[in-house]
Design a protein around this ligand. Structure first.
Ligand code: SF4
Length: 387
């Protein structure tokens, strides 16, 4: 065992929403103005930027977020595409079309079918690909992904995954096979709501889910994505929790790049109704606040959102857009394929999305990384204070 392993931290602990609520709801206009002047923000400052008081100063938040985004990322938006591999899932998540309770047509792509779908995406000009699957290890496990990564690694600049949580050893194996990034969203940091919407299956284990991003980072992956599904709980408190999780990961795994995603609930089989309404203005405030809190974090805005909103957010805070997405396995080869996870809103293809990004004076980046740059990383341990 190495020194690093001995220093490995305990898992991140989600804050109690009752404890962090006052950071948001007691913040004043002066607290917001003060936070906007700071270079390094505390969690209290983040609470101010997420507060109702900050909603009154949205243009100031947008200006600060835009300046930081441009300084750190230039006038660029990275483009990626999801590739759905399997709609089988052993979990019962009340909000999801793939939930085990839903009667939908399910399929898992064969390796040849997955390769075919990926070739279509490569032909459309995608260099960054995100492999997505429901959680059903018996249908699609690590061996499948290792084999698929071997077939794809020379065709794509980066391969990311969004699948069931794995062990650290399994993440190491996938990294060796050419997968460099893992997204694992907590969905909600509100522990009561988490238990209420995750009715059965391994995902009902809140602590295991919460500990997964650290396992990914400890395995040496280049990038970890965290996120919250907006519509399940108070979005302002999800924002503080995401900020705390980000800060914790940066403290202990400073060598790992981090991204955050804020998917808003979309219509899906099962007709789950959002428990809270999150408006476009709320989502914009959340994006601005996270950017001002963490200057380096990649922020994703997917095709769940309308083209109009995504175009309007270019240059303000997000750094990564999906395009031309289909959420049903096999949906790129067969546009009539049913069994999607959820419906998307922005229906534009990659060329239209790139055209509209360029029209706003920004560069759509189809490739900004190559595995040849990858150096073996290990989960380093920092000694700096977290907040
Ligand atoms: S959210 Fe993920 S784990 Fe839950 S049912 Fe959908 S695919 Fe399965």
């Amino acid at each position: 065992m190495t020194d690093l392993n001995r220093n490995r931290p305990a898992a991140f602990t989600a804050p109690d929403f009752r404890d962090i609520a006052e950071l948001v709801y007691r913040s004043s206009a002066a607290d917001v103005e003060n936070a906007l002047l700071k270079e390094r923000l505390s969690v209290q400052d983040l609470g101010a930027l997420l507060s109702p008081a900050a909603a009154e100063q949205l243009p100031a938040l947008a200006a600060r977020a835009s300046a930081l985004t441009t300084a750190r990322f230039g006038r660029t938006i990275q483009i990626y595409s999801p590739l759905y591999l399997s709609s089988f899932c052993c979990n019962n998540c009340r909000y999801c079309g793939f939930s085990t309770e839903n009667k939908i047509e399910r399929r898992v792509l064969t390796l040849d079918e997955a390769e075919q779908e990926s070739l279509l995406l490569a032909g459309r000009g995608f260099s960054h690909i995100l492999l997505v699957a429901g959680e059903a290890p018996a249908k699609m496990g690590v061996d499948y992904l290792v084999e698929l990564a071997g077939r794809l690694r020379n065709r794509f600049a980066s391969i990311s995954i969004e699948i069931q949580p794995l062990t650290e050893a399994e993440y190491r194996r996938l990294f060796k096979a050419g997968i460099t990034s893992v997204a694992v969203y907590q969905e909600t940091y509100d522990q009561d709501v988490y238990r209420e919407v995750h009715l059965s299956g391994p995902k009902a284990d809140l602590e295991n889910r919460l500990a997964t991003p650290a396992r990914v980072a400890a395995a040496g992956m280049r990038e970890v994505g965290i996120g919250a599904l907006l519509g399940l709980a108070d979005w302002r408190l999800e924002g503080i929790s995401l900020g705390m999780h980000l800060a914790w990961l940066r403290h202990y795994y400073w060598q790992t790049a981090l991204t955050v995603s804020f998917p808003r609930l979309r219509p899906a089989t099962g007709d789950f109704e959002p428990k809270v309404v999150v408006s476009e203005s709320d989502l914009a405030q959340l994006l601005f606040a996270l950017r001002i809190f963490d200057h380096d974090v990649g922020l994703l805005l997917s095709t769940r959102e309308e083209a109009r909103f995504r175009d309007g957010m270019i240059g303000l805070a997000p750094t990564r857009y999906s395009a031309g997405s289909c959420t049903a396995p096999g949906g790129y080869s067969n546009p009539d394929q049913t069994g999607e996870q959820f419906s998307i809103d922005d229906q534009r293809g990659i060329d239209e999305v790139c055209r509209d990004i360029k029209a706003r004076g920004f560069d759509p980046v189809r490739k900004d990384w190559d595995a040849v740059f990858q150096q073996s990383a290990s989960g380093g341990v920092s000694r700096k204070p977290i907040y």
